[in-house]
Write a protein that binds this ligand. Structure first.
Ligand code: 0RA
Length: 677
């Protein structure tokens, strides 16, 4: 026996060989053949059954302990200590002993009830202990502890540790006697034997050596990993004392050789120790513990640090939930809710700026809950999924934070001020980012004549290309400055049909247009850089207007074909006539429209006043908005690439370019079956 705990436990220890006579009574009728003596490989029924029972574990260890690497190796230890913690948490034990032996075996003892050794009701051949060590998931069925760690990566059962251990020995003291059994790779090497009388104490010791065949990377435990995991158990359960012994020849001298690990103030001890050297926003710790006998328990200890790299560690039934989960999310949200509510209470308006990120970055601490039948999720089962845990933490921490904030108004105000400063910094940074994006746009040297819209992203934006400054002025007043931009083109646009690229690069009007669009032209066209969603050509409804439209369309067709293909180019449809009778005003886009309206919408009782717009510049901004620019009321023509792509495409372009304005006008008319929007 390796554990010194049993010295403390006052066992009348005898060596196993001395007590071969002390066979466990219930095994008298049907004795289990000792596999150790079964040298001829004569497998008996029991060994085969056990092998089959634990075979899946040895076949696919990853399914049970997450892998076969160093991390998974340490899961064996977690499983064993979690079993002991179950006894502690359920109030049956208050002392644990951990020993890393020289031979790299690890021994874990507790002074709990001791694993039951009576015959198993369904398998009278076997003791309950043997069933627990040789059957997957058998532990929980024997044990009615309410905070069972079952369900997670841990809680796979001690049988998994047994299956993956080259050697495992278990010693149980209960009912005045001490019992002992050994296993190898899950197979018992002997019967459970009574090795002595133990007058007072009870408990269980499990010592195991991981199997090299399984853990190919290493079977050497890292004392620091074992030590940290052990310490966290002591923090999480304030009542516990853990006797720590490190007999390994590890060179890591930061890990004590011997220590009694005991944290009477639980989580607060951890916080005080861990953050002793950190600058705090406020010195007090937000701590609370709420226990409902055997139903649940919630404990937390929170500290606010000046450095913005907060970490919250969470646990469920002493199992670390590295990836958080419902309980941890709830804690973060309830802290935010509490702080905002308190801000409201003291009329500290800035507190409404707070977001989860603002407070989480400065918050550090531990959350530990105990619930029945926790559910874990994720590949490594390190995230709590129980929905009850969210409500539980919300309710209990929610109640406490309100009181805690009200109790120390000075601290609470300082905390609020600090956190809202973080929020304001965040908002400021965000604004600066936006401004720098805007000025990056400015660096594109947008043409001076462009009246850009204020939206930063292209979605929903429109660029109106208008003819002349007076139309530009009206359009500027008529637009929605959020998403509508205006580019007035002054003077003559170069006819690009016969011009070289070089030539129209030198043309001020066209280079202004390319600059405004941001997407480049010709082979340098990059659709992603297009600064507007819709490009709308808005020219007067006359021959000159048609001419300019035609020139622009030709330019887009030759230089930004994709822009048309991807349906970004439109023609605006400004009215040509204004019809009014009495108070009634209707606009008509052309002669046909005019006659139709006169016939259908007006009566013969009084004179119908018909006026013809000479140009867009003549219209009142409100009129222009209503008839041509307001997306709710206007009509737009989508320029469809197909109209260029018919057989006499070239001729069509030629036609557009022809010297006779009439010809160009005809083109527009001819292709006026543009998609009507
Ligand atoms: C099953 C039933 C009972 C206790 C245990 C298992 C138990 C398991 C481990 C593992 C490490 N230490 C342990 N201590 C106890 C309840 C036994 C009873 O009711 O007396």
């Amino acid at each position: 026996m390796t554990s010194d705990l049993f010295d403390i436990l006052n066992t009348d220890e005898q060596s196993i060989t001395d007590r071969k006579d002390l066979v466990v009574p219930q095994n008298k009728t049907k004795s289990i053949k000792n596999i150790k003596n079964n040298k001829k490989n004569e497998y008996n029924a029991t060994s085969i059954e056990i092998l089959e029972g634990l075979e899946p574990v040895r076949m696919r260890p990853g399914m049970y302990i997450g892998g076969t690497d160093k991390k998974s190796l340490h899961h064996l230890f977690s499983e064993v200590i979690d079993n002991c913690m179950d006894e502690v948490v359920s109030g049956h034990a208050d002392l644990i002993e951990i020993t890393i032996e020289k031979d790299n075996s690890v021994s874990v003892s507790d002074n709990g009830r001791g694993i039951p050794i009576d015959p198993h009701p369904k398998k009278p051949d076997q003791t309950a202990l043997e069933v627990i060590f040789t059957t997957l998931h058998a532990g929980g069925k024997f044990n009615s502890n309410s905070y069972q760690t079952s369900g997670g990566l841990h809680g796979v059962g001690i049988s998994v540790v047994n299956a993956l251990s080259e050697h495992l020995e278990v010693t149980v003291t209960r009912d005045g006697k001490t019992y002992y059994q050994e296993y190898s790779k899950g197979i018992p090497l002997s019967k459970l034997v009574c090795i002595g009388k133990a007058s007072k104490k009870r408990g269980t010791t499990i010592r195991f050596v991981p199997d090299k065949e399984i853990f190919k990377e290493t079977t050497v435990f890292d004392p620091s990993v074992i030590y940290e995991a052990t310490k966290s158990k002591a923090y999480l359960f304030a009542g516990i004392k853990i006797n720590w012994k490190n007999k390994s020849d590890s060179i890591d001298d930061s890990i004590p050789k011997e220590e009694i690990i005991h944290f009477p103030n639980g989580l607060n001890d951890y916080i005080e120790k861990t953050y002793a050297n950190d600058e705090k926003i406020i010195n007090s710790i937000f701590h609370g513990k709420h226990k409902n006998e055997s139903q649940y328990s919630v404990e937390w200890s929170i500290v606010w640090l000046e450095r913005q790299s907060g970490t919250i560690k969470s646990f469920c039934n002493t199992i670390p939930t590295i990836n958080g989960g419902t309980h941890e999310n709830s804690l973060k949200n309830v802290l935010l809710k509490g702080l905002k509510k308190y801000g409201d209470l003291i009329s500290y308006k800035r507190s409404q700026l707070l977001t989860l990120d603002d407070i989480v970055s400065s918050t550090s601490g531990i959350l530990s809950i105990f619930i029945n039948e926790p559910e874990f999720q994720g590949q490594t089962k390190e995230k709590l999924a129980s929905q009850d845990a969210y409500k539980l933490v919300d309710k209990i921490v929610g109640d406490h934070i309100d009181h805690w904030l009200v109790q120390s108004p000075k601290d609470s105000l300082r905390l609020l001020e600090w956190l809202t400063n973080i929020a304001e910094e965040r908002i400021k940074r965000k604004n600066e980012r936006e401004i720098s994006r805007k000025s990056a746009t400015k660096k594109l040297r947008l043409p001076g004549k462009l009246s850009d819209c204020s939206n930063n992203s292209p979605e929903g934006t429109e660029l109106f290309i208008v003819e002349g400054d007076s139309a530009g002025g009206s359009a500027k007043q008529a637009r929605n400055r959020k998403n509508q931009a205006i580019l007035p083109l002054r003077g003559k646009i170069l006819n690009v049909a016969n011009a070289s690229s070089q030539k129209y690069n030198q043309n001020q009007q066209l280079s202004d247009l390319v600059l405004a669009l941001g997407c480049g032209s010709g082979e340098y066209y990059i659709e992603d850089n297009l600064r507007y969603e819709k490009i709308i050509i808005m020219t007067d409804a006359d021959v000159d207007g048609a001419h300019i439209s035609a020139l622009l369309m030709t330019f887009f067709f030759k230089e930004m074909k994709q822009l048309i293909e991807n349906k970004h180019l439109y023609l605006a449809v400004p009215p040509l006539f204004k019809l009014s009778q009495g108070g009634k005003v209707i606009y008509a886009k052309d002669e046909i429209d005019r006659e139709e309206i006169i016939k259908k919408q007006f009566n013969n009782k009084s004179k119908i006043d018909v006026s013809r717009f000479k140009g867009l510049g003549e219209m009142m901004p409100a009129q222009l908005k209503e008839t041509t620019m307001d997306p709710e009321k206007r009509e737009l023509l989508l320029i469809d690439i197909n109209m260029y792509e018919d057989e006499d495409n070239i001729q069509a372009v030629e036609e557009l370019m022809g010297n006779k304005p009439e010809a160009r006008f005809n083109f527009i008319q001819k292709y006026a079956n543009f998609k009507n929007l």
